[in-house]
Structure formats: C-alpha cells, structure tokens
Ligand binder design. Structure first.
Ligand code: SF4
Length: 654
C-alpha cells in the first residue's frame, strides 16, 4: 500500500482500550481520507439525537493519503464531531505539522470516544500509545501546556493537538489547535474534546509515507512549487497574509461593521495587512510543506499590551475582534483581543459573532446592564471586550450565557423572536466576516446550504467568483462559463457552488490546504489527481475526484436531514436579503445591494439532485453515490419533514 498508512487508531477514554483497525482498499477509495473518513464515522457512530457531550459521542482526527508528502501543504487535519453549537454535523480543519507527524507514526485517522475519569493526554510514539495524566496542564493556555508536555516527554520536536481553557469548560464554540497556533476554529470541536477530559494528543512518528512513484512525484511537486512563484493570490498571502483582504473588503463593502449593520469604515486601514506588516509582524510562519506561508506571528510593540506575542491574526480573526465590534481606532486593541481568543481557545468568528450580537441587543434595548451584570456593551469598547472574552471561556457571569452561542443565549435571556434577527446565524452557527452583499452571491448561497451550519471561507468560498481580475479566463477553463467571475451576479453561481463544494470535499480529504488550490490557482484539480496517483500508484480520474467530494457532501447533508434540517433551514440571516447595503466610505462599490438568495436555491438543488420540497438528497442520487443505507435512513423522514407538526417546531437546530 502506498500513500495511506492503512489503519485507524481508536482510543476509548472510559475503558482505556486502544485498538488499531485496518482500512480496506474499498473504504479508502470510497472516502479518500481526512474529512471523508471522519464524516463516515460521525454518520455511522454518532446517533443524530445524541448529546454532543455524551461520552458515547466521537471526535475524529483525519489525515489523507498525501499527508506528510512533498505535495503542497500536507500537514492539515480535519477534526469532526456532532457540533455542540449547532446540534448538527460539525467539522473544522487546521494547519501546522501534526497531521504529517501522525502519518509518520502510522495512522490515517484517530477516533476518540468515552470520557476519562480525570484530565488526560494521549501520547503516540509510533506503535506505542499511552493515556497519561494531564491534571497538571489542565487550565493552561495551549502555549504553556505544549511546553510542559514537551519537557515531560523530553522531546522538543513532538507535534501536538491541544485545546485551551474554553474547551475544558465546554464552551460551545471552543476550538482545537495544532502546534499551538493553528486553529480548527469552527463548530465547537474543542468543547467535545474537553467533554472527554482530553487535553492533548502528543505525537512522535519516525516512519515515512511510502510513495509509489517517487521520481514522478518530485517532478510534479517541483513544477507546482514553481507555479506558486507567479500565482497572484499565493504571493499576496505570503506578503501580507489573509489580512490583505481588509482593504479589499472595505472597498467592496463586505467588511463587517457593527454586526454587519454596514460593510465599510473609513478607518479600516488601521488593521490592514499592509499596516500589520510594517508595525507588529515579528515573522512569517508556514505549515508543513507549504509553498505559500500565509501565517503571521505578531508582537505588539507599544502601548499597554507591549510585549504580547501570538500566532496570527488571520482576516477571520482580526475582523470579529475588530470592526465587527466597532473596534478599529487602535489596532493594538484588536491584536490583543485576538490574542485572548487564541490563548483561551475559542473560535474567533463565533466569539466576535456572539459579542456583536449582544452589542446589537444592547443597542436596541433587548438587554440592559441588568442582564449583562453591569457590563455596558457599547460599540468600540475594547476594554469591555477584553474583560468579556475570559469570562466566556471560564463561563463566568454574563460570559456563561454567551458561551452557549447566540441562539441559545437568546433563549436563556428569554428574548422575543425579533431579537433573533440580530444573531446572524445559519443552522445555529455565526456566519464569517464576509457580507454576501459584497463578497459574493455564490458565497452567500453556500452559507445557506453549507454542511457545517453557516459555512465559511475554508469550506465553500467560491474564489472563482472573485477571480475575474486576478485570473482572466479561469471560470471558462474550470466551469466552461465565464459569466460567474464577478461577486455581485447570480449568473452560474448555483453550478459554481455545487462544483466548489465537491472540490473542497475531496481536497479536505486529501488533507491539503484549500489556500493552495481553488483559493490560489497554482494547483488545479488535474494537478491534485496527478500527485494523488503518483503517491498512491492508483488511477483516480478527475470525475472520481469530484464524485468523492459529492458523496461526502451528501452524507453530511443527510446527517442534518436526520435531525429534520432541510430546505426550510436553507436560509441566511434576513439582514442580508432585506437591508440594502448602506454607504460606509465614499469609494464603496456595493451601496444598495441586497442578496437574492431565493433566485439561486432552486437551481442549486437541481445540480445536487435534491428534492426542492424537503431539500433532502433524492433516493436516486444517494444510490448513485453508493449510499443505499443513507437512502434507507432518510426514507421515513421525507414525509415527516413536510408534516405540519414539524413545520411548527422551532426552526433552530441546536
Ligand atoms: S497557506 Fe497558510 S494555512 Fe495554508 S498550509 Fe500554507 S501556511 Fe498553512
């Protein structure tokens, strides 16, 4: 066998049992790896109505067939679970080096189940796997615990998966880290890991990944690395990181301003990538085998936070701790609050999302200092935000309410239905820092149907709709149609979303970074198929590559369908579809735009072969994808979903 290690490691923290399970050729060919393997386990082993924090729930860590090879960016890992934030299917993926190390230790996937009696960490040293006491590192920030575990094991070169204090306290949007700073932010995977009393998985691997055609593989990788040298998106990400998007977002009116009440602000440049690079950038960081190196490492130089250091921020980290909360005057406030969300281990998008929602509730009188325990939630008040972030992580006072996420917080506060207008979630998860009234109608469509709730840039951002200026002719090359190459048009967007979701489904299962393909375009699908075949010695085709992604998307969709989430829930917050984008700066390009979701949904269902009434995949489609057992599961639920009793139920699925 080439590429794959060929086995899954399963650790039961209740019984202490450790098993290694072979992964058959048919299984690997069907699900590819990483996200695909994980989604299969979640679908089959985590009943749809189980509490995500029940010890019987699983959390999976998936690597792919090319993880640990010289293909571009092969250190990524997908973490999957039943999401404690949404109650539906949840996953998120992270960069770093840990994924490669786990492959070198001999595993394609790790599945953790059960709950330990006290905090533990798992130590994988090739074949040897141990469950060790972690009581001394419980409560520590990841950067502290990482150092302590390395000292204890006497090896500085160990790589680790880790959670922070928020995960330990089961904050519903706690994240998971790889190598301290690379976060799997979304859907609350860190809370599920914390519910199992698991702090970290430390790994040392001394093996290799067997390559079927090493010479061919080297030639392909050299060619692709050359291509990155002239790729405009890749070069931009290297130069100023994803913060490069701040000024672009402001110009095109999709920079969230005060919970997306606006899309631009005259002070945006204060936190731009250009300014960050000139003021607080300490150095750049890259994940395993990455030709781009988009990672930043920040050191605050002056003011009251002088000396603070952290890995990041990304665009999606600076925006929710900055303009989404009206904080923009002093960039150090933004860097400081981004650092806090990292240290405490919370998804930046969801943290900013829930705080900005609370600020808008406060602005509109739904809550007062009575509910907040005396906190005045004024826009732009960075000091209050820096108090609130640790309170959320520790579940203290008003922080304990926000730790539940926006939808549950509305319930706990007993707010009227109108207050939910300001939660800006889809299927219970906050949408990222990109307003579809500017960033794109395709992206907005993907928010509504995304298989991990409100989706985001790492799941379904259709960069093809942004590609007009940077990559002329690319839409025709990939989709056979150039019309969709601008964000503010519905033309060809349903097909583009269908195509890109499938593409990312397989890319996430190879476990390579989407920034290196179909974000930047130095690597296209045929290149991925070429290196996949050189590694595995198999004969994958482009069609099969896309079909594997399509199978994964349909399986994840079916998980939602089993909890009665379908076409009715394929929505976006009404703010986007009803409020014309206001003017924030003179040069803004999208003033007055509203997002026309319904024009695109029907077409999208057609490409997917999903029933437009229920939004469930048809039996025909499921059988075509080799998912007969899923078709059987959904059969009795189709009419139930359309029943009056179901329609009257709350539309939130958490
Ligand atoms: S592009 Fe950035 S996030 Fe992706 S693998 Fe490279 S350094 Fe990591």
């Amino acid at each position: 066998m080439y590429g794959w290690a060929g086995q899954r490691l399963r650790v039961d923290l209740t019984t202490g049992k450790i098993t290694k399970e072979p992964l058959s050729y048919e299984y690997r060919r069907k699900w590819m790896g990483g996200r695909g393997f994980n989604s299969d386990i979640i679908y089959n082993e985590v009943p749809p109505h189980l509490d995500p924090y029940d010890p019987r729930a699983r959390v999976c860590f998936g690597m792919g067939p090319v993880s640990g090879t010289a293909a571009p960016s092969t250190g990524r890992v997908t973490v999957s679970c039943k999401s404690p934030l949404t109650g539906g299917f949840g996953d998120s993926n992270m960069g770093g080096h840990w994924g490669a190390e786990v492959k070198y230790a001999g595993y394609d996937q790790i599945v953790v189940q059960g709950r330990a009696k006290h905090p533990v960490y798992i130590w994988i040293d090739d074949d040897k796997v141990e469950i060790r006491d972690a009581r001394h590192v419980w409560g520590k920030f990841p950067r502290e615990a990482d150092q302590m575990i390395k000292e204890e094991l006497g090896d500085e070169d160990i790589h680790m998966m880790m959670i922070g204090p928020a995960g330990e306290n089961m904050v519903r949007f706690a994240c998971t880290f790889n190598d301290v700073w690379r976060a799997a932010g979304r859907t609350g995977t860190g809370g599920v890991i914390g519910s199992k009393n698991l702090k970290a998985i430390a790994t040392r691997g001394s093996g290799t990944v067997k390559i079927a055609e090493p010479k061919k593989m080297m030639d392909i990788c050299n060619r692709l690395r050359q291509a990155f040298k002239t790729d405009p998106m890749g070069q931009g990400l290297y130069a100023i990181g994803s913060l490069a998007l701040i000024n672009v977002a402001n110009r095109d009116g999709w920079l969230p301003w005060k919970n997306m009440q606006g899309g631009a602000t005259p002070l945006a440049n204060n936190i731009s990538g250009e300014v960050h690079s000139q003021t607080v950038l300490k150095h750049r960081e890259g994940c395993y085998a990455c030709p781009i190196c988009c990672g930043r490492f920040t050191q605050i130089k002056d003011g009251k936070y002088a000396g603070e250091e952290f890995g990041g921020p990304e665009y999606e980290h600076a925006v929710p701790t900055g303009p989404r909360l009206g904080i923009i005057e002093d960039a150090n406030d933004v860097w400081h609050n981004a650092r806090l969300t990292n240290d405490y281990g919370m998804d930046g998008i969801e943290t900013g999302g829930v705080i900005s929602t609370a600020m808008e509730w406060y602005q509109r009188g739904f809550i007062t200092t009575k509910e907040t325990g005396g906190l005045e939630l004024e826009w732009g008040d960075a000091e209050t935000v820096s108090r609130l972030i640790p309170m959320i992580a520790r579940r203290e006072g008003f922080g304990a309410i926000l730790a539940e996420g926006g939808e549950r917080a509305a319930d706990k506060l007993g707010l009227p239905d109108e207050a939910r207008y300001y939660t800006l979630t889809t299927r219970g998860m906050t949408l990222p820092g990109d307003d579809p009234r500017g960033l794109g109608f395709g992206y907005g469509l993907s928010f509504s149907v995304g298989t991990r709730g409100g989706c985001d840039h790492l799941r379904s951002l259709c960069c093809l709709e942004l590609s007009g200026a940077l990559y002329p002719g690319l839409n025709t090359k990939i989709l056979g149609d150039e019309r969709g190459n601008k964000p503010i048009t519905t033309a060809n967007k349903p097909y583009m979303v269908f195509y890109e979701e499938n593409q990312k489904g397989t890319t996430d299962s190879l476990q390579v970074c989407c920034f290196t393909t179909h974000w930047s375009y130095a690597v296209l699908t045929p290149d991925q198929v070429e290196y996949l075949n050189a590694v595995t010695g198999l004969d994958f085709t482009e069609e099969e590559f896309q079909e594997i992604g399509e199978r994964i998307v349909n399986l994840e969709r079916a998980y939602w369908n089993r909890i009665m989430s379908g076409a009715r829930e394929d929505t976006v917050p009404e703010r986007f579809t009803t409020e014309p984008m206001p003017q924030g700066v003179e040069y803004q390009t999208n003033v007055g735009v509203v997002f026309p979701l319904n024009d695109m949904l029907k077409q999208y269902y057609k490409y997917r072969d999903w029933d437009p009434k229920t939004g469930f995949p048809t039996e025909r489609k499921l059988k075509q994808l080799g998912l007969e057992y899923v078709a059987k599961d959904l059969a009795p639920l189709r009419t139930k979903y359309l029943s009056e009793a179901e329609k009257k139920k709350k539309k939130y699925h958490y």
